[in-house]
Design a protein around this ligand. Structure first.
Ligand code: PAF
Length: 283
């Protein structure tokens, strides 16, 4: 596997593969790779001739006072995992390469509507940062397909909307969330949890499962959301939001909606945990 940090060498390699008619799958990440990321790479290998992974801790998607500096950076370990899986190219741009004029003077991509809900409301500018960097990475790599984890359900919806609205000829695949045996979704931010918080953390997924059960008997969705938030807060979380939403539009669901997703974010100690659960009431 080659690790490349400059656009000239990146373009040369991609041009060679394309001239040989090879297809390219792309897995954008912020590094500190765990089994969830590695599943994306494995799936990518099944679907294309070449797999390109990027590692870039994107300053544009972190707000003031968030964990940009603390975000774990484990390049050597990540490279070893990618070599083992047979990724072909690791792209590691620097902030200067992607934002040469600084963040203030950077042209940006903003996906209206969906970017302003939930995580977008709590983290203003976050999805603008995500959409902008993913758009730039797509332009640099020009992949045939790109893979993202479904743990970041809203992020995936923002990216799908951007690709559709801007006619980007890229197939977007969402891949199932990988969980620990106790249900906690894998995330680089789980490393911020103390031993005691780590014991409590699976309560987030248990609460989603409990809501999914309740949804089959009870259609007062807003009351159920409130009970779930109370349950998390009593367990020691500080709930940011927990909403029962339409699975595609992400608007808050009504009692007639059948294809649902429960979206949740809650702070536990230093870690902001997010998770979601798809629920199909037509089943
Ligand atoms: O999900 C992530 O790791 C990041 O938000 C992404 C998509 C790589 C953009 O920086």
């Amino acid at each position: 596997m080659q690790t490349i940090s400059d656009t000239h060498r990146l373009h040369q390699q991609l041009k060679q593969w394309r001239s040989q008619g090879q297809t390219i799958a792309f897995v954008p990440t912020m590094g500190n790779l765990h089994s969830g990321h590695l599943l994306l790479v494995k799936e990518a290998k099944q679907r294309a001739d070449r797999v390109v992974v990027s590692i870039f801790v994107n300053p544009m998607q972190f707000g003031a006072g968030e964990d940009l500096d603390a975000y774990p950076r484990t390049l050597e370990q990540d490279q070893a995992s990618l070599v083992e899986l047979g990724a072909d190219l690791l792209f590691t741009p620097t902030p200067d390469l992607l934002y040469p004029k600084g963040l203030e003077n950077q042209t940006f991509v903003e996906v209206p509507g969906i970017s302003m809900l939930y995580c977008g409301e709590s983290r203003p500018g976050h999805f603008r940062g995500v959409a902008t960097v993913v758009c730039k990475l797509f332009n640099l790599v020009q992949p045939d397909l790109a893979l993202f984890g479904m743990k970041d359900y809203q992020q995936l919806a923002v990216i799908r909307t951007m690709v559709r609205d801007l006619n980007m000829p890229i197939e977007i695949l969402g891949i199932e969330t990988v969980r620990n045996s106790d249900g906690l979704a894998l995330s680089s931010r789980n490393g911020y949890l103390s031993a005691n918080e780590r014991q409590l953390a699976p309560e987030l997924k248990r609460t989603l499962d409990w809501m999914a059960e309740k949804l089959r008997e009870d259609n007062d969705l807003r009351a159920l959301e409130q009970q779930a938030a109370d349950r998390l807060n009593s367990a020691g979380f500080s709930t940011d939001y927990i909403h029962i939403c339409h699975a595609h539009s992400l608007e808050k669901a009504g009692s007639d909606d059948k294809e649902l997703v429960i979206l949740a974010a809650a702070q536990l100690g230093r870690a902001r945990l997010i998770d979601n659960l798809r629920v199909d009431l037509a089943d």
